[in-house]
Ligand binder design. Sequence first.
Ligand SMILES: Cc1ncc(COP(=O)(O)O)c(C=O)c1O
Length: 470
Amino acid sequence: MNQLQNGHAEPSAETASTDFGLDQIRDFAVQVQSRIASGPIVPNVKPDEIRDYLSSRYDFSKTIDLNEIIADVERMLSTWQVQVTHPRYFGLFNPSVTIASVIADTLVAMYNPQLATWRTSPAANEIERHTLAWLAAKFGLPADSASNFTSGGAEANLSAVVVALTRIFPGYGDKGLRALSASPTFYLTGEAHHSFAKIAHITGLGRDALRTIATDSDLRMDVADLVKQVTEDRNNGFAPFMVIGTAGTTAAGAIDPLPELAQVCRREHLWFHVDAAWGGAAVISPALKQHLNGIDAADSITCDAHKWFSVPMGAGMFFCRDAGAVAEAFRAETSYMPAKTRGATSDPYTSSLQWSRRFIGLKLFLGLAERGESGYAEMIERQTRMGEFLRESLRSTGWTVVNKTPLPLVCFNRDGVDIDRFLSNLQERQIAWMSQVRIGGVPAIRACITSFRTTEEDISEVVAEMNGLL
Ligand SMILES: Cc1ncc(COP(=O)(O)O)c(C=O)c1O
């Protein structure tokens, strides 16, 4: 038995695989990227076309050579998909992905580590813990905070609401909401992510428990309206328990006034959650982190690695300063799981929503380790500069920018432009992928720099081609 087999040695060059085929994977990924970048962005396909194709080829009654299937699936993916990693995809936070993160997902699939318990996957659990602790410190959370990777932002937001309910209403865990003497209410703006409506439904709070707070002209939460609604609800016998501030709203990239929200929450004994699913990555940029001031006072934070950290889906993160509340919310005991390892370890199945867990965190770890913090910050700042370039290019050619954010998300419109028709034209001609939003009730085009590969040249060409459509 060599040292690694008995579990005590460090992995060495001798024992670790040296034949991962890194160069081949890298070459293949680079090839795919350049094929995507020079191809169409938006597919033109109807459901029946794909369904007929699949049923004509794959009834699973005979075997097919794996190479042939892979080539076919790749053809389907390259033809029948919005290419979200295209440098002209200005989309809904779906990023281009780093090669390191692609390799990480390949490694994870090969080893298939099970992270439910520490004991089963010590290396993977510690790599996740290490990576999360680094980011928690960037957010200014204390070292004993709890954190875990999630499938995405919606799961992280659900975790936050469950933990908040557990901490604020001690009977909630065992007796449920029906045992509470007053109905809980929670507070966000109309710009917050709509996962919270589902979460209200799933948790049994009910969608009516959501209180929509007014926003100012920059779409940030109006703190006076928050205080007024909390007071009114208390006077009317409700039990306010949580405020959700968003750092980088989905439609317009607005950042709620986090320091003021933190103050209100402290004074009113409300749980303060910050949904920084996209914008949270700005915390590692020396130039941008000031915009997240106040996030260090959050009770819990959502931040997605599969957004601005440029790793493949699904990779969300949940952070919480109250590790005791997290342990209480997700506690589980059963004899069929391996016994807890002694010492300062924790078993993720007892401190998070998932049970069986994929090694989600490797893609962020590998990317960070390869580029370093400053490399990542440069990537984020570069995208921010591209956002500014887009904003200026649009303004200088007669478009009106209708949102205000330091992040690379631009909402814009122009008198006389029918946005539906304009966006269809943009897509049909494969100029770019952008979406439509309503800002203050007014329709606008939304373009977010989600690819670290988007260049000034891409932007100049897109804006010129857009202007040619007018
Ligand atoms: C602000 C915000 N929160 C949460 C989510 C949900 O994240 P996910 O799609 O990773 O579940 C999104 C998705 O875009 C988002 O923009």
